[in-house]
Design a protein around this ligand. Structure first.
Ligand SMILES: *[C@@H]1O[C@H](CO)[C@@H](O)[C@H](O)[C@H]1NC(C)=O
Ligand SMILES: *[C@@H]1O[C@H](CO)[C@@H](O)[C@H](O)[C@H]1NC(C)=O
Ligand SMILES: *[C@@H]1O[C@H](CO)[C@@H](O)[C@H](O)[C@H]1NC(C)=O
Ligand SMILES: *[C@@H]1O[C@H](CO)[C@@H](O)[C@H](O)[C@H]1NC(C)=O
Ligand SMILES: *[C@@H]1O[C@H](CO)[C@@H](O)[C@H](O)[C@H]1NC(C)=O
Ligand SMILES: *[C@@H]1O[C@H](CO)[C@@H](O)[C@H](O)[C@H]1NC(C)=O
Ligand SMILES: *[C@@H]1O[C@H](CO)[C@@H](O)[C@H](O)[C@H]1NC(C)=O
Length: 540
C-alpha cells in the first residue's frame, strides 16, 4: 500500500500532457524517494539526541495545562537559536493560549513558481502534565513530553528530507497546550490555526499499538453549596450514590466517572486518595472498619482498594477514613477510592441517618463540587448520555464544559501508517486497527468527523482535516502488567529509554508519510479525499 501511489503516479504521468503541472492531480511523484527509509534513519543522529534532551527536560519540569511556560520557552529557544535555524518561529501564538507556539518551514526548488500554492503537512505536539498524587505533585503520567518530541522530531526529519531531495513543501508544527482539561486544540481550531494544512499528523504513547477511535467526552461540573460544610458533603454524597450505581448508559463504551473537587484535581484523573470523615453516636473506628470490610467482602472488585482510619484530632468523636485505590484513566470502570468512599457513605448513612459527614482537612468550606466525566464512543450519542446522567442530578447548579467529539480512525492515514511501521527500518512492527476507544483526545477538534448513524450502523461521511492519531505502546511488560495512562506509574514508563526508542520509530514513520504526501500529489489527493468543502460547521 505504501508503494501503491508512487507506482500509480508513475503510470498516470504517461497520461499527463507534455506541459506537466507538477502540482496537478495527474502529476508523477516529484523525486525518486525509493531510499527514503535509509535516508530518514541516517538523519536520526542529527536531530534525535538534542530533541530527546529537551523532551527529558520537559519530563523533569512537568507543568499543568495552560501553564506550560518551560516547555514553551524550551521549544522557542531551540528552534530560534540552537536548531537548524531556518524555521520561522511563532511564540505565544494566541493571547488566550500563551503557551501555544507554531514553527513553519518551506522548501522551494529553484524552478518553483512562487505564485503556486505549496503543498503543506502539519504536525501536532503536546506537553501538558497531570497531578499524580493528592497534594500538588505533577508528573507526565500521560506522556505528553513524548508527544512534544514526536511532533518536532518528525517535522525536523521531514524538513531536512525536503531539502535533500529538493521536494517543494511546507511543514508546520503547532504546539498545542492543555490537551487534558480545556481542549487547547478547540481554541486553536476556532482561531483558524489549523487551516494552513489539510493533513495533521500525531501519535500518542499508551500501552498498546493501535489505530483506533477515541471517545467523545464531556464533563458535567456540579456545584453544591449549602449553609454548612456538613450539609454540603451530605447533599453531594446523596447525589453521588445513584451516580456510582449506574450500570447501563445509552450509547457504546459509555462511562460516567466521578471526581470529587477536593482542591487539587483535574477532571480526567481517577483519584487514588479520597478522605471522608464521619461523626455521630455509634461511629467508632471499630464499627466503621466493620462496615467497610463488609462492603469489600460483598464486592470483590474493591479488593485492591484499601483504607485506614484514625480518630479525628480536631472533631470530637469524629473518625477519619483515608481510602487509597488504584488510579488509572477516568474512562475505565474503576472501583477505586472514590467508589469505596461512596459505598461507605451509603452504608453508614443507612445505619444511622443522623451521622454527619465531612472532608477532614477543612470543615469551614460549605461547598463540595464534583465532576461527572462522561464518555461515549459516538459524538452523536453524547447528548442522550449526558441527559441520562443529568436525570440523576436533582440540583440545577451544574455546568457543562467543552465537549471533545469522538476521533474517528482516518481511513487512509491509518492503513498508511500501519504499512509504514511494518517496514524493517521502523522495527517491523505489527500494528492493527482496533474498534475500542481507550480515551478521548482534543485532536478530534481538528478532525471534526461527520458520522452518519443509521440503524445502529455508523459511517464516516467527511472530515474537516485528515488527522492521524496513532496510539503507540511504550510499555515493555505484558499489557496486563502495564499501568495505563493517567495512572501515576505511567509517568515512570514514559521516562524509559524504551519509551524514547518507540517514540523515535513512530515519529520517523510519520515523517516518511509527510514526505510521501508532499512528494506525490496523487497520494495527497487520496488522503484528503474525505475532506468536506466549506468551513467547519462549528466555527464561530
Ligand atoms: C528510483 O531509484 C532507484 C534507485 O536508484 C531505481 O532503482 C529506481 O528504478 C528508480 N525509480 C524510478 C521510478 O525512477
Ligand atoms: C441501584 O441500581 C439498582 C438497579 O438499577 C436499583 O434497583 C437501585 O435502587 C439503585 N440504588 C440506588 C441507591 O440508587
Ligand atoms: C492494598 O493492599 C493490598 C494488600 O496489602 C496491596 O496488594 C495493594 O497494592 C494495596 N492497594 C493500594 C492501592 O495501595
Ligand atoms: C441518607 O439518609 C437519609 C436520612 O435517612 C435519607 O433521606 C437518604 O435517602 C439517604 N441517602 C441515600 C443515598 O440513601
Ligand atoms: C478552610 O477554608 C476556608 C475557606 O476557603 C479558609 O478561609 C480557611 O483558612 C481554611 N482553613 C484551614 C484550616 O485551612
Ligand atoms: C500480526 O498480528 C496479527 C494478529 O494480531 C496476526 O494474525 C498476524 O499473523 C501478525 N503478523 C505478523 C507478520 O506477525
Ligand atoms: C448494519 O449494516 C449491515 C451491513 O450493511 C447490515 O447487515 C445490518 O443489518 C445493519 N444493522 C442494522 C442494525 O441495521
Amino acid at each position: 500500500m505504501v508503494f501503491r501511489s508512487i507506482a500509480n503516479g508513475h503510470l498516470l504521468s504517461l497520461l499527463a500532457s507534455a506541459n506537466i503541472l507538477i502540482n496537478h492531480c495527474l502529476a508523477k511523484p516529484i523525486a525518486n524517494i525509493s531510499d527514503i527509509d535509509a535516508h530518514l534513519l541516517s538523519l536520526k543522529p542529527s536531530f534525535f539526541p538534542d530533541l530527546e534532551t529537551i523532551s527529558r527536560d520537559i519530563y523533569n519540569n512537568p507543568e499543568l495545562g495552560g501553564s506550560e511556560f518551560f516547555a514553551h520557552s524550551s521549544t522557542v529557544n531551540y528552534f530560534q537559536n540552537t536548531g537548524s535555524g531556518d524555521w520561522e518561529v511563532f511564540p505565544n501564538l494566541m493571547p488566550s493560549l500563551p503557551t501555544a507556539w507554531k514553527i513553519e518551514f518551506s522548501h522551494f526548488p529553484a524552478n518553483w513558481p512562487r505564485d503556486q500554492p505549496i503543498p503543506t503537512v502539519g504536525f501536532m505536539s503536546e506537553f501538558d502534565a497531570l497531578p499524580i498524587e493528592m497534594g500538588t505533585q505533577l508528573g507526565h503520567s500521560c506522556g505528553h513530553h513524548l508527544i512534544w518530541l514526536q511532533g518536532v522530531y518528525a517535522a525536523s526529519l521531514a524538513r531536512q528530507t525536503l531539502i535533500d531531495y529538493d521536494i517543494p513543501g511546507r511543514i508546520v508544527v503547532v504546539g498545542c497546550p492543555d490537551e487534558e482539561q480545556s481542549a487547547g486544540k478547540f481554541t486553536l481550531e476556532q482561531a483558524g490555526i489549523f487551516d494552513i494544512s489539510q493533513v495533521w499528523l500525531m501519535s500518542h504513547p499508551t500501552i498498546a499499538n493501535a489505530i483506533q477511535p477515541m471517545s467523545a467526552r464531556q464533563n458535567i461540573i456540579v456545584k453544591v453549596i449549602k449553609d454548612t460544610h456538613f450539609e454540603a458533603v451530605k447533599y453531594a454524597y446523596n447525589i453521588l450514590v445513584p451516580l456510582a450505581n449506574i450500570t447501563t448508559l445509552p450509547g457504546e463504551f459509555s462511562t460516567a466517572a466521578l471526581i470529587e473537587d477536593t482542591g487539587f484535581f483535574v477532571c480526567n484523573v481517577v483519584q487514588a486518595d479520597i478522605a471522608l470523615g464521619v461523626v455521630g453516636q455509634g461511629a467508632t473506628i471499630a464499627s466503621v472498619t466493620d462496615t467497610i470490610n463488609a462492603i469489600k467482602t460483598a464486592q470483590p472488585g474493591f479488593a485492591s482498594t484499601n483504607f485506614t482510619l484514625i480518630e479525628d484530632p480536631n472533631i470530637a468523636g469524629g473518625v477519619q477514613i483515608l481510602f487509597t485505590g488504584n488510579a488509572g484513566h477516568a474512562s475505565q470502570a474503576n472501583l477505586g477510592a472514590m467508589a469505596l468512599s461512596i459505598a461507605t457513605f451509603q452504608a453508614l448513612n443507612a445505619t444511622n441517618g443522623a451521622f454527619q459527614f465531612y472532608l477532614p482537612d477543612n470543615t469551614t468550606i460549605a461547598e463540595l463540587d464534583f465532576t461527572v466525566d462522561v464518555r461515549t464512543r459516538w459524538t452523536t450519542d453524547m447528548e442522550s448520555v449526558v441527559d441520562f446522567v443529568l436525570d440523576l442530578i436533582p440540583t440545577k447548579s451544574f455546568s457543562l464544559d467543552i465537549m471533545y467529539p469522538a476521533y474517528e480512525p482516518d481511513p487512509k492515514l491509518g492503513p498508511l501508517f500501519i504499512d509504514t511501521i511494518g517496514l524493517p527500518e521502523y522495527g517491523a512492527q505489527n500494528w492493527s486497527i482496533s474498534k475500542t476507544p481507550p480515551a478521548a483526545t482534543d485532536a478530534s477538534w481538528v478532525q471534526q468527523a461527520q458520522v452518519l448513524a443509521k440503524n445502529g450502523n455508523h459511517t464516516l461521511q467527511s472530515v474537516e482535516k485528515a488527522v492521524l492519531h496513532a496510539n503507540f505502546n511504550i510499555c515493555e511488560q505484558p499489557v496486563a502488567q502495564c499501568p495505563f495512562n493517567h495512572d501515576p506509574p505511567f509517568a515512570l514508563i514514559a521516562g524509559t529509554d524504551h519509551a524514547y526508542d518507540q517514540t523515535e520509530k513512530v515519529a520517523r514513520a510519520i515523517a516518511r508519510i509527510a514526505v510521501q504526501l508532499l512528494n506525490d500529489a496523487n497520494m495527497m489527493g487520496d488522503v484528503t479525499s474525505n475532506i468536506r468543502n466549506g468551513p467547519a460547521p462549528n466555527r464561530r
